[in-house]
Design a protein around this ligand. Structure first.
Ligand code: URP
Ligand code: ZN
Ligand code: ZN
Length: 465
């Protein structure tokens, strides 16, 4: 049996903060006490520090073929980056091939992760098209441990978009099977028209990515997704929400009793659309694009009020060379940024440090809410006897500049280069094993395991209870 004790820290959960020592045996928390006078194979001193549940990043894209290239981080470098930033579970998106089977996609993502991941992982399924077999596969995919299905209202040219009828049909089946639907909400038609108009005028710079997707592009699709979810009675969340309008629509739906919430991402909370006027604007091209200052503030308000329940990174990173594929045409810039490593540092620094979030709300939005939404609570998402010993020690006094050299993603720049955090994770513990200490990731590739996520009890996502 292997054991570990985290001593002298302030333990923080979604609802409480208290001084305690925490013992883990064989990867599971076995004892929490105000003071423990016992030995363990490994002692971690957390005096003056916070001990929080390991972060759950419910939105990564490791080794994903996209827009003519493949994301730079695979499951090894991606989960190393996650562990370095205090994330102990990632949920990555398996992508159905056009015309292919969901189960094949799942198997293909298992082989990408197997032998490589340093922290635990699960999968969502990207539902790309309806064909004779795929509707019938939904329940089989759920039986194989995947209970979330993402659909796109855009990326028609990339072959990812479903129409409203298809979305409603999948929503109905996923919901009645006890799963959760995730929607990438942007109006393909509004965006595509703007794109054609800009390209027609020779406007090819990265700035036009932003200008072709103003907040109505997100708002229209969020409204439509909510209408469809209401119509079929589905539980649904909007991934990577970026706008005030989107947040208001989610709020209205939630207050009217619909099982709907939003996820946002660190980049929408830190930057505003001025980044698209920088020389390195292409590095900030993702979809949806980063919006105005009022949108950034509305997303913080959403986290404070509970409409925005989770923060996922949408980690889909590309090197300078890959981003340069779109130097003469913004529609060819591979969409996406790195982010799994900065969720906890930025939410702590900008959220707790600046008085926007209590430490308990910080734990909810970085861990507990995702565990509930994805049906892995209380195995993950809390510090409690019987839970996996996934914990992060945060030093509230540690200041870190988020340079490319400091961070672990396999890209040659950092969009956070100018940002200095106040507070930083100094140790990450995954199932009782210290996997990161002082920014060094010491874990063996392949130690991370697949976390199956079954149907919700009573077919209701506990986040809506
Ligand atoms: O720009 C983004 N978000 N890239 C990754 C794919 C997606 O839509 O999540
Ligand atoms: Zn998306
Ligand atoms: Zn994504």
């Amino acid at each position: 049996m292997t054991s570990l004790i985290v001593k002298n820290g302030t333990v923080v959960t979604a609802s409480e903060s208290f001084r305690a020592d925490v013992k883990a045996e064989d990867g599971v928390i076995t004892k929490i006490a105000s003071s423990m006078d016992e030995d363990a194979d490994r002692m971690v001193d957390a005096r003056g520090k916070l001990v929080v549940p390991g972060g759950i990043d419910g939105h990564t894209h490791f080794e994903m073929p996209f827009m003519g290239t493949t994301t730079a981080d695979d499951f090894e470098s991606g989960t190393v980056s996650a562990a370095a930033g205090g994330v102990t579970t990632v949920v990555d998106f398996a992508v159905q091939q056009k015309g292919g089977s969901l189960l094949e996609a799942l198997e293909s993502w298992h082989s990408k992760a197997r032998g490589k991941a340093v922290v635990d992982y699960g999968f969502h399924m990207i539902f790309r098209d309806l064909n004779a077999g795929t509707m019938g596969e939904i329940r089989r995919v759920m039986a194989a441990g995947v209970n979330t299905f993402k659909m796109f209202t855009t990326y028609r040219r990339e072959g990812l978009m479903l129409d409203d009828g298809e979305i409603a049909e999948v929503m109905k089946e996923v919901s009645s099977a006890g799963g959760l639907v995730a929607i990438h909400a942007e109006s393909n038609w509004l965006a595509e028209r703007n794109v054609q108009s800009f390209l027609g005028q020779g406007k090819t710079a990265a700035l036009y990515h932003l200008l072709s997707k103003p907040q109505i592009v997100e708002g229209e699709a969020v409204q439509r997704a909510i209408t469809l979810a209401r119509y079929v009675g589905a539980s649904m969340y909007i991934v990577h929400l970026s706008s005030r309008m989107g947040r208001e629509l989610v709020r209205e739906a939630r207050l009217s009793g619909l099982p709907v919430f939003a996820e946002t991402c660190p980049h929408y909370l830190v930057f505003n659309d001025s980044v698209y006027r920088r020389e390195d604007a292409a590095h900030f091209v993702m979809s949806p694009p980063i919006k105005a200052e009022e949108d950034r503030l509305a997303l913080w308000q959403g986290l404070i009020d509970g409409d925005v329940k989770t923060v996922g990174s949408d980690h889909a990173d590309f090197t300078r060379e890959q981003k340069a594929l779109g130097k003469d045409d913004f529609t060819k810039i591979p969409n996406g940024v790195a982010g799994t490593e900065v969720i906890l540092p930025l939410l702590y620094s900008e959220g707790v440090g600046k008085g926007r979030l209590s430490v308990n709300r910080f734990v909810q939005v970085t861990s507990t809410n995702a565990a509930r939404a994805y049906n892995i609570f209380p195995r993950k998402g809390t510090i409690a006897v019987g839970s996996d010993a996934d914990m992060v020690v945060i030093d509230p006094d540690r200041k870190v500049r988020l340079t490319a050299d400091f961070l672990h993603a396999k890209i040659d720049y950092s969009i956070y280069e100018d940002y200095v955090t106040q507070g930083y994770p100094v140790a990450t513990i995954s199932r009782g094993e210290v996997v990161m200490e002082e920014n060094q990731v010491v874990a063996r590739p392949g130690r991370g395991s697949f976390v199956p996520r079954g149907p919700f009890p009573g077919n209701r996502c506990p986040l809506f209870a």
